[in-house]
Design a protein around this ligand. Sequence first.
Ligand code: 1CP
Length: 335
Amino acid sequence: MSTLRKILVDKDNSCKSVWFMRQAGRYLPEFVEIRSENQNFIDLCLNSELSSKITLQPIKRFNLDSAIIFSDILMVPYALGQDVKFVKDQGPELSGFNIEKFFDNNEKEFSQKLNPVYKAIEITRKSLDRDKSLIAFIGAPWTLLVYMLNIKKNKTEMDFNKLNKKDIDINKILNKLIKFLCVHVNNQISAGADVIQIFDSWAGMIPHNNIKDYCFIPNTKIVNFCKREKIPNICFPKGIKEKYEDFNEMVKPNGINIDYDIDPLWAKNKLRGTTIQGGLDPKKLLKTEEEMLEGATKYIKAFKDIPYVFNLGHGLLPETDPDRVKKLIEFYRNY
Ligand code: 1CP
C-alpha cells in the first residue's frame, strides 16, 4: 500500500509523504520542451503516451512519493460538449454554455471522450512503483461552473449578475455535474489511480449565503460517493478561510488541503478527524533558501505528531527553480 493511502485512510502518522500540486508543469524544462511541440493543450491531455510521460517527469527527477496524472479539470466541460481553449497568458476560454446540450449529455459518450485520460492512467500505473500513489483529480462542481458559465471577471471578482440573470437553476446544473464527476472518478480509479483530489479552486468567491449549496453540499455528495466505493479522497476548498472548519465538519473528507492563508496551528486545532495536507505558500520557493526552509519548518513542526502530507498551499509557480523543489524535498525528508 502507498504511504499516501496509509496516511489518509489508516491515519498512520509514522508515515511520511511528499508531493506537490502542479508538480508536472511549466517550471520543468522537460515539460516546456514537450509543450512547445504541442500547442493545443487539450490535445496534449488527450495524448495518453505524452500525458503519462509528463506525469512521470517529476517522479524521475525528484523521486516524489506520489504522481498526479497530467490532465486538467476542464477536460470535464470539454467532454460535456464545450470547446476549451487555453489562451497564452490569459488562461482558459470556453465556448458558450448551451443548457439543452448540457442536459442532453449521456454517460457513455462522456466516458468515451475521456478514454485517453484513462489510458494514460493505465500506462502510468504500469511504470510507477507499487508503493507510490497515482493521484487522479476532478474540479469541484462550483469551480467547473465558474468556467462553464464564464462568470469570473478576474482573479478576485465574479460577475454574479451573470449567474443570477441567466434563468437557470444552478442547483439542477450542479447535481447533473456531480453525476458526471462521479463517473469520471470511478473511471479513473478503475484505470489504476488510487486517490482522488477534488479541487474547489474558486470556493473562496462564493457569497456567504450560498457556501453550503454551492460548496459544502456538492463536495459532500462526491466524498460520500468516494466513501461508498472506498476511494481515498482529498478536498481542496481554496480560499474559504475560517469556513474550513465547517467544511471539514460537514464534508468529512479523508484529507483536506489547506491553502497558504490558513495558519497551521489553527488548522491543527480546528480540523479534526481528517488528514491535513499542504499549506506552504508556493511563493516561498521564489524567496531565499533560508526563507523557504523557515516557511517549511512552520508546517513540519506544527504537524509533526499528527498524520500530515507535505505539499503546498496552491500549485508550484512556473517561475520556480527546479533545484529549489529538490532542496525542499530533501529538507523535509531529513528533518
Ligand atoms: O503550459 C500551459 O500553458 C498549461 C498550464 C497548465 C498545466 C500544466 C494548465 C492550464 N493545466 C495544467 C495541468 C493541471 N491542471 C494539473 C496537472 C497535474 C499537476 O498538478 O501536476 C492539475 C491538477 C490541474 C488542475 C487545474 N486546472 C485547476 C485546479 C488547481 C488550481 O490550480 O487551482 C484549475 C483551476 C485548472 C484550470 C487551469 N488549467 C490551466 C490553467 C492555467 C488553469 C487556471 C486558469 C485560471 O487561473 O483560471
